[in-house]
Each structure stands twice: as C-alpha cells, then as structure tokens.
Design a protein around this ligand. Structure first.
Ligand code: CA2
Length: 145
C-alpha cells in the first residue's frame, strides 16, 4: 500500500503561532507522526507540503496510477479551491480529509469544504492525532476494496 499525505498552505508554520488552535507541535513532529504510523502499518508514504494551489493540483495529478490513497489537509484551500476538488475527482483515488482544528466550530467562511466533497471521510478537531486516524481509516478502507 502506497499513500500520499498532502498538507496545504501555512501548515509548515505549525508550532510557531496559534497553539490554542493548532497545538504546540511543529511540522517536523507532524511528519514524524505520519512516518511512524505508516511504518507501523506497513504503508509506504510520501509527504508533501505546499503553499501553492497549483502545486497541490500537480501533486494530486502525479498520484494517478501511482498511489493507492491520499490523506489531505488542504488548509485554507479547503474553503476556496474548486481546482483541488476537481483534481481529487479527476484521479479518483480514495482520499481522506483531515483538519487539526474543529473547523465546524470556527468562522462561517470555514464551513464549506470543497475538497471534502471528494473525500470518503473527514477527521477534524483531533490535533495531529487526526492524521493517524485518517491513515488507519484509509488503510482499512483500501483493504476492504
Ligand atoms: O485545522 C486545520 O487543519 C486547518 O486546515 C488549518 C488551516 C485553516 O485555514 C483551516 O481552516 C483549518 C490553517 C493552516 C495553518 O495555519 C497556521 C497559522 C498560524 C500558525 C501556524 C499555522
């Protein structure tokens, strides 16, 4: 099993500000958690972060025919990007959406998730643990396919 984990804009700044919303752990800790989870589960993983919408679209397209599943936190692009939604639909790779914070309890403009419309499941409000849950859910889903 070979998965791609995508993180959108500003997630590379984790741990630097807004610990109340996103916790104290930094981006390196997120990468470590994903790598450790995947190693334990026997999953091959590629982790990608970009601040650029087009780069994320390119990465999703590159996954076509190569990756079995995608875990994605599109960050702010969650609420704006039809391009990322279309890319996920185009490749038709099972994808799980994850948000560190509980976006359902935040501003009105965060209540729409475009990417989420192409995802089989969304985890939110669990901090970095949400990435572990998303990977385990995706593994279980792919094994049952
Ligand atoms: O809760 C999440 O994971 C989000 O995807 C995080 C995004 C936000 O735009 C989404 O609505 C929810 C923000 C990414 C990280 O932003 C930072 C801001 C300041 C300091 C560190 C990270």
């Amino acid at each position: 099993m070979n998965i791609l984990v995508i993180n959108g804009p500003n997630l590379n700044m984790l741990g630097i500000r807004e610990p109340d919303l996103y916790g104290k752990a930094d981006y390196a800790a997120l990468v470590q958690l994903v790598e450790e989870t995947c190693a334990q589960e026997g999953i091959e993983v590629e982790i990608f972060q970009s601040n650029h919408e087009g780069a994320i679209v390119d990465k999703i397209q590159e996954a076509y025919g190569k990756k079995d599943g995608i875990v994605i936190n599109p960050a702010a692009y969650t609420h704006t990007s039809v391009a990322i939604l279309d890319a996920l639909k185009a490749v038709s790779i099972p994808a799980v959406e994850i948000h560190i914070s509980d976006v359902s309890q935040r501003e009105d403009f965060r209540q729409i998730s475009y990417a989420g419309k192409a995802c089989i499941k969304t985890f939110m409000g669990l901090g970095l643990e949400g990435y572990r849950q998303a990977i385990l859910y995706l593994k279980d889903y792919l094994e049952k396919q």
